[in-house]
Design a protein around this ligand. Structure first.
Ligand SMILES: Cc1ncc(COP(=O)(O)O)c(C=O)c1O
Length: 442
C-alpha cells in the first residue's frame, strides 16, 4: 500500500473512533422519557471502522471480510459450511429453494409435498413453503416454551410429508435429538430457523448444527448484527453447493471472482457444454436461482461482532434470568418464559415472553402492553401469533393437524419485552417494576 494512502487510512480510523466516542457521551437514563428498547444493535467504533475500511478498499461485492465472518460462524456453530445472505428471510427462502433442486433427484421437494411446521410463527419461516407450492402442515406450540413438542410430530405426518421446518422460538431450543430421530426414520429434511437463537445450545451442541440446513439473521434485533444480513449453514457438502448456486443466480460455477487463473476455481472453466455447445462455466445455470448476496460492507461488521458474541449471550442470559426471578410472584396470573426440561437447553435468549393466564377486565395483554408503552417500555407480540388469522394467509392451501388453541391464545394474550445487552440493571429494573405496578392494580 502506498505510504500516503496508509497515513490517510490511519487518520480516518482515529477520526471514526473520536466521532463514535463523542456520539456516545450523550444521554443518561430518565425513567419514562428514555425509550427502553426491546432490542438494538450493540456496536462501537470497531464495527464502524471495519465498514469504513471495506468502503475504502473499493470492492463492495463479497470479499475477504465476508469470508472471515463465514469461517468464524462455521467454527462457532460447529458446522462445515456457512454461506452469507442478505437477510434471515432470504436464508429461509434459500434453504427451501435449494431442497427443490433437480440435482437432488427423487429426494427433491416437489409442489404438493408437505412440510410440518407450527402455526405460531414468523412469516418468513412459513412463506418459502407456500412460495414453492409446498403444503404446510400445522402443529400447535406449547405455552411457556412457545416451541413444538417433538412427540406430537406423529400427529402431522402423512404420505406426502417430506420436511420439517420451524424456528427455535425467541432463542429457546427444541428437543433436536428427538426431532432428528423422527426425521431420520422417515427420510425427512429438517430446516432449523436459528434466526433468533445464535449461541443457543441443546444436548451439548449449538442449535443450527442439527438440521440439514439452518438459517441465521443479522438484523439489529438479533444476537449479532451486520445491519441487514443472514446466513445458511449446513454440514452436507452437496447441500452447501446447492445453497451457493441458488444464492448466486442458480449458476453451476462456484468461482468467487478472486481466482487468479482465467480457468476459474475448478481449472475447467471452458470444458463444459450447454446443450452440446461449448460454454463458459461461469454462465452455466443448473438451478432456477436468485441473487441473495449481502455486500462486503455489511459483512465487514461480522468479525468484531463474533468476537463480542460470547459476552452478548451471557448478558442475554443474565437479563432473562433477572426478569424471570422478578416475575415469579405473578406466576399464578402470568405464564412465564421457560425452557424444555431434561434436554440441556441453554438458550441465547432473544426476548422475554409473558402470557396472561386468564384474562379479566383488569388484566389483559392489551392493557399491559399499553401501560408499558406509556412508560416508554417497548413491547412486541410473539411475531404473527397464530398466523392463520393474519390477513395474508386467508385461504392458503394447508393442513391443520391438531387444534391450534395455544397459538390462538398467543395471538390474544402474549407479549414480549427485551433482554438484549443494551439493557443495563437500571432499565431492567424499570421493566420489572413497570410490570409489577400494572399487576398490583390488575
Ligand atoms: C424466527 C425468525 N425467522 C426469520 C426472520 C427474518 O429475518 P430477517 O429480518 O433478517 O429477514 C426473523 C426476523 O426477526 C425471525 O425472528
Amino acid at each position: 500500500m502506498e505510504e500516503k494512502e496508509k497515513q490517510i487510512r490511519e487518520k480516518i480510523k482515529t477520526l471514526v473512533k473520536e466521532f463514535w466516542q463523542a456520539k456516545q457521551s450523550a444521554g443518561k437514563f430518565v425513567p419514562g422519557k428514555t425509550r427502553v428498547q426491546y432490542s438494538g444493535s450493540m456496536m462501537d467504533e470497531r464495527e464502524l471502522n471495519e465498514v469504513v475500511e471495506a468502503t475504502l478498499n473499493g470492492w463492495f461485492g463479497l470479499g475477504p471480510k465476508a469470508r472471515a465472518f463465514e469461517t468464524k460462524l462455521s467454527e462457532f456453530i460447529g458446522v462445515n459450511s456457512c454461506l452469507l445472505t442478505n437477510s434471515g428471510s432470504s436464508s429461509n427462502l434459500l434453504a427451501v429453494a435449494a431442497l427443490t433442486s433437480p440435482q437432488l433427484g427423487e429426494k427433491r421437494l416437489k409442489p404438493g409435498d408437505e412440510v410440518i411446521t407450527v402455526a405460531c410463527t414468523f412469516p418468513t419461516t412459513l412463506n418459502p413453503i407456500l412460495q414453492h407450492g409446498l403444503v404446510p402442515v400445522f402443529l400447535d406450540v406449547e405455552l411457556g416454551t412457545y416451541n413444538l413438542l417433538a412427540e406430537k410430530l406423529g400427529k402431522a405426518i402423512g404420505g406426502k410429508t417430506k420436511a420439517i421446518m420451524f424456528a427455535h422460538t425467541l432463542g429457546n431450543p427444541h428437543d433436536m435429538n428427538e426431532i432428528m430421530d423422527f426425521a431420520k426414520e422417515r427420510g425427512l429434511y429438517v430446516i432449523e430457523d436459528n434466526c433468533d437463537a445464535l449461541g443457543s445450545e441443546v444436548h451439548g451442541k449449538k442449535t443450527g448444527s442439527f438440521g440439514h440446513y439452518s438459517t441465521l439473521s443479522f438484523y439489529p434485533a438479533h444476537q449479532i448484527t451486520i445491519g441487514e444480513g443472514g446466513a445458511v449453514v449446513t454440514n452436507d457438502r452437496q447441500l452447501a453447493k446447492l445453497a451457493e448456486s441458488f444464492r448466486n443466480w442458480g449458476r453451476a460455477c462456484w468461482c468467487t471472482g478472486d481466482e487468479r487463473s482465467p480457468l476459474g476455481a475448478c481449472g475447467m472453466r471452458f470444458a463444459f457444454k450447454v446443450d452440446g455447445v461449448p460454454y463458459d462455466h461461469k454462465y452455466m445455470y443448473s438451478n432456477i436461482g436468485y441473487n441473495l448476496k449481502p455486500t462486503e460492507i455489511n459483512a465487514a461488521m461480522g468479525v468484531p461482532q463474533m468476537e463480542k458474541l460470547p459476552k452478548f449471550i451471557e448478558a442475554r442470559r443474565k437479563n432473562h434470568a433477572f426478569l424471570h426471578s422478578e416475575l415469579q410472584k405473578f406466576e399464578d396470573r402470568l405464564i412465564l418464559h421457560e425452557t424444555f426440561e431434561g434436554i440441556g437447553a441453554k438458550p441465547s435468549w432473544f426476548a422475554y415472553a409473558i402470557t396472561v393466564r386468564e384474562p379479566s377486565a383488569g388484566l389483559t395483554r392489551d392493557g399491559l402492553v399499553k401501560f408499558l408503552e406509556a412508560k416508554n417500555i417497548e413491547t412486541r407480540p410473539l411475531f404473527a401469533g397464530n398466523i392463520l388469522h393474519q390477513p395474508a394467509y386467508q385461504g392458503i392451501k394447508c393442513r391443520v393437524a391438531e387444534k391450534l388453541a395455544n397459538s390462538d391464545k398467543i395471538l390474544r394474550d402474549t407479549l414480549m419485552v427485551g433482554v438484549y445487552p443494551g439493557l443495563d440493571q437500571e432499565k431492567l429494573s424499570y421493566i420489572a417494576d413497570g410490570i409489577g405496578e400494572f399487576m398490583a392494580k390488575a
